[in-house]
Design a protein. Structure first.
Lengths: 468, 382
């Protein structure tokens, strides 16, 4: 038993070293990419490329289910976007709260007879509304069918060749769409782009526009802020480099409508965002279509992170189930050279590190505890492993925060940076283990289909509080 | 065997302790670098903001009151700020005033600085320099751009150069740039369209519309011109409202009438150029072939995308388009039906009457379309 446990710990150590080395490489790759992006993506350049008539018009689809606390601020921020031609389509997915009432009142909605074509399947539409004040706003009320179903409805109702999918609790920076859509104008092979998601918690929001960006106040939010910075700037930027980006966040992504139509729209699953991107890869590779799916580190979408542990656990549980489900659905891509770097690099990484990572990590903790109980713990090894894990994790977090500050300078104050650094140190001491445990449980609950509604704070007209 | 295991164990511990020390040192270094960098960039940003305010005021005083001697930029930061101030000004003014700002860029060595920077070995610096030079839109840089494009190997920089040259294009540059776009690997239709659009604007501004008409016609007739690029040029003529290009567009339509994509862009561009407004009877002033060859036959095209584009452009045909548009209300494709409905609404009282006549149609899809379009027309949202 003792030998088995020792081998288990050694295997966990090896796994840990490989994963952290990969992440360290990602950081270096991301530095180069972000520097290049910063030099070539000036405001003048974007304005000149997308000026006059040389842009592609875009439909913004906002699926909403019980979002009465955030929907008004979110839609107002969208209507203030800087983009030459766009429409906002809010799809109320059978909300049971006052979402529709707020929309009706806030935008003086009136029922319209606009016919919606039925190209993608979805639940029955109850009514379609338009606003006399905002001609580019369309609100659809439909029977509940889930997020994927709501987005499919929005795609059917959309008029433009590009669509942007956005969460109802999110707020975009004014020029976010302009920056994300620029790539579609510059490169004919781009089929999807996604921007960075940052936390709204702690920021001040006025009339649906984020005015001042500050680090969140609560510890649980700060941990997530660090995770988001690391995940987006180091992880997704590096996958860009390999041309194998497998996730565009459901909170903010822009897609070419014809490609999404070709794969039958969104699939009904809890991880519909990753699933869509994986299926686009599959479709394009199988049909020999040249394509690019890109992450852009600059266009920012602010979203509310859960500020209570219960909501956070629900969210992580859903993410893990969505990840496993998407990988399983497209399992034929795994290790398949026909799918290029997606099949040979990204898929194995997502399977071994993202999907199975919690299992390996959990085994490591479990074997550690068993060793203590059996009195078989190699103290020197355990202490050193512990310190290596903590320090390497901290290094990766601090390097990600540095990446964020090389060009973007979102947090203006040094105190915010110090706060994020502090929580990047503390992340390894409890928070990570808790999330690992939740993901470990979620891996065995893949068949569960529920979303688990997350508690949201109201986005008030003046200030968005850090905690409710 | 036990000795070997002990050896491996010891090595592992040794390696792990080395890793711990290295991590501590790296983490400390990274942390201090992060803090120093943060303090430095924030200070630099504040200084730059102040400098920009100061230079902007000096430039404005110099331009408006012709008072105060402008200080010549002395370092990279000052050049960058000077250039930014001038670009901001040029984006908000036109004509002679913009010409005065361009003189400042020439006389104070800013253009020369960026021309030097455009020869840097670092492609990112070259990219930035070329972008600034493109925004300056100085006529005399035409040769510089043409030389630089020939030398440049990095695609992103080449594309910026092509864009920069298109903003100041003369008739020679038009031919050179068309050659370049034809030989480059395809970037994107919208990029090509914007380059052609810039050239059309530049040549029209210079009063060379007649020459431009010939150039467009020649380009569209060239054997070696790839079809997608030809499509982009037609699209650009429509977007840039280059009315003199209408004949060339009609000729292109005839030459490529077997390609649906070409039929679509020609109809779309012609529709834009015809510029029919709701209720106007623009048909009387348009070349007859535009109606008889492009727009009206387009309404009965076998390809639904062509019918849809033709329906959008149909208001240019005036009342002649009403019967075929009513027929299109019964089309099997949603886009065609909705575009036909909107076009009828745009045709004024006669179009609206035709729509009302179909409001009680037995076809549910026709009824839905008509009721929606009439509702929008009444509320003014159509």
């Amino acid at each position: 038993v003792e030998t088995f446990l020792n081998y288990t710990q050694l295997a966990v150590l090896l796994y840990f070293v490989v994963v952290n080395l990969t992440y360290t490489c990602f950081i270096f790759i991301s530095v180069k990419y972000i520097m290049q992006y910063g030099f070539t993506g000036s405001n003048y350049h974007i304005k000149s490329v997308l000026s006059d008539v040389f842009y592609r018009p875009l439909s913004i689809i906002v699926p909403a289910f019980n979002e009465e606390s955030t929907i008004l601020a979110s839609v107002r921020s969208l209507l203030n976007l800087h983009y030459p031609e766009f429409e906002v389509i809010v799809v109320d997915d059978g909300s049971r709260d006052g979402t529709m009432a707020r929309l009706m009142e806030g935008f003086r909605l009136a029922e319209t007879r606009k016919p919606i074509r039925l190209q993608l399947q979805h639940q029955k539409i109850r009514a379609v509304y338009s606003s006399p004040d905002y001609p580019n706003l369309l609100v659809i009320s439909k029977e509940n069918g889930g997020k994927a179903d709501a987005i499919n409805t929005g795609i059917n109702a959309s008029a433009y060749p590009l669509f942007c999918c956005l969460d109802a609790d999110s707020v975009l920076e004014n020029d976010a769409v302009l920056r994300a859509a620029r790539l579609f104008v510059e490169d004919r092979h781009v089929v999807a782009t996604g921007g960075i998601i940052r936390l709204m918690n702690g920021c001040s929001v006025e009339n649906g526009v984020v005015q001042e960006i500050r680090a969140p106040k609560m510890a649980i939010e700060c941990f997530q802020a660090v995770e988001y910075i690391r995940g987006f700037l180091a992880g997704r930027t590096a996958w860009n480099f390999f041309g194998s980006l497998l996730i565009i966040s459901g909170a903010f992504g822009i897609f070419r409508k014809d490609v999404v139509m070709a794969i039958g729209g969104y699939r009904h699953t809890v991880g519909e965002d990753m699933d869509l991107v994986v299926r686009i890869h599959r479709h394009c590779r199988e049909n020999g279509i040249p394509y690019k799916i890109l992450f852009i580190p600059d266009p920012v979408c602010f979203t509310q992170a859960p500020n209570d542990l219960k909501s956070l656990r629900k969210q992580r549980n859903r993410w893990q189930r969505g990840l496993v489900d998407s990988l399983w659905h497209s399992r034929r891509m795994l290790g398949n050279p026909a799918y290029g770097t997606v099949g040979l690099l990204a898929f194995p990484y997502f399977l071994l590190v993202e999907a199975l990572g919690p299992l390996v990590e959990f085994c490591g903790y479990a074997s550690f505890l068993v060793c203590i109980v059996l009195g078989a713990l190699d103290h020197d090894f355990a202490v050193l492993f512990f310190f290596v894990a903590i320090l390497w994790g901290m290094w990766l977090n601090v390097a990600s925060i540095l990446l964020d500050n090389i060009l973007f300078r979102r947090h203006k104050g040094v105190d915010d940076i110090l706060k994020l650094c502090l929580f990047s140190f503390l992340e390894m001491l409890g928070y990570r283990q808790l999330m690992t445990f939740e993901r470990f449980l979620a891996t065995f609950q893949v068949r569960k289909k529920g979303w688990g509604k997350i508690k949201r704070s109201e986005i008030r007209v003046e200030t968005f509080p850090s905690s409710s | 065997m036990p000795a070997l295991i002990t050896l491996i164990h010891d090595r592992l511990l040794h390696w792990l302790s080395w890793l711990v020390y290295t991590q501590i040192v790296l983490l400390a270094l990274l942390f201090f670098f992060l803090l120093l960098h943060k303090v430095h960039v924030e200070r630099q940003a504040r200084c730059r903001e102040g400098l920009k305010k100061q230079i902007f005021q000096e430039i404005c005083r110099h331009l408006i009151c012709a008072e105060g001697e402008l200080k010549r930029p002395a370092c990279t930061d000052e050049y960058a700020v000077f250039a930014e101030c001038c670009i901001d000004l040029m984006l908000s003014i036109t004509g002679d005033e913009a010409g005065k700002v361009r003189d400042l860029l020439r006389n104070y060595g800013v253009a020369a600085h960026y021309c030097r920077m455009a020869t840097s070995t670092n492609w990112l610096h070259r990219f930035q320099a070329v972008e600034r030079l493109g925004l300056f839109a100085l006529e005399e840089l035409s040769d510089f751009f043409q030389d630089a494009i020939r030398r440049e190997r990095v695609t992103a920089v080449r594309m910026r150069m092509i864009w920069g040259l298109s903003r100041i294009a003369g008739s020679e540059s038009f031919v050179a740039l068309t050659d370049l776009l034809a030989s480059e690997p395809p970037i994107s239709g919208k990029f090509n369209e914007s380059v052609f659009g810039n050239m059309i604007d530049a040549l029209t501004r210079k009063g060379e519309a007649d020459r431009l008409k010939k150039l467009v016609d020649e380009a569209l007739r060239r054997e070696d011109m790839p079809l997608p690029l030809r499509k982009d040029l037609v699209e650009a003529c429509g977007s840039a409202r280059f009315a003199s290009g209408l004949d060339s567009i009609i000729a292109t339509f005839h030459r490529h009438r077997s390609v649906p994509e070409m039929r679509i862009v020609c109809i779309r561009a012609a529709g834009r150029l015809a510029g029919a407004k709701p209720g106007s009877d623009a048909a009387g002033t348009l070349p007859p072939s535009l109606l008889t060859d492009l727009l009206l036959p387009g309404l009965a095209d076998p390809d639904w995308r062509v019918r849809s584009a033709a329906a959008r452009s149909a208001p240019a045909c005036g009342r002649q388009a009403i019967p075929p548009l009513v027929k299109l209300l019964y089309d099997e494709v949603y886009f065609v039906r909705i575009n036909a409905g909107n076009a009828l609404a745009d045709l004024g009282p006669e179009g609206l009457s035709a729509l009302k006549a179909e409001a009680a149609s037995t076809d549910r899809f026709v009824r839905d379309t008509v009721q929606y379009v009439l509702g929008e027309a009444v509320s003014g949202g159509g």
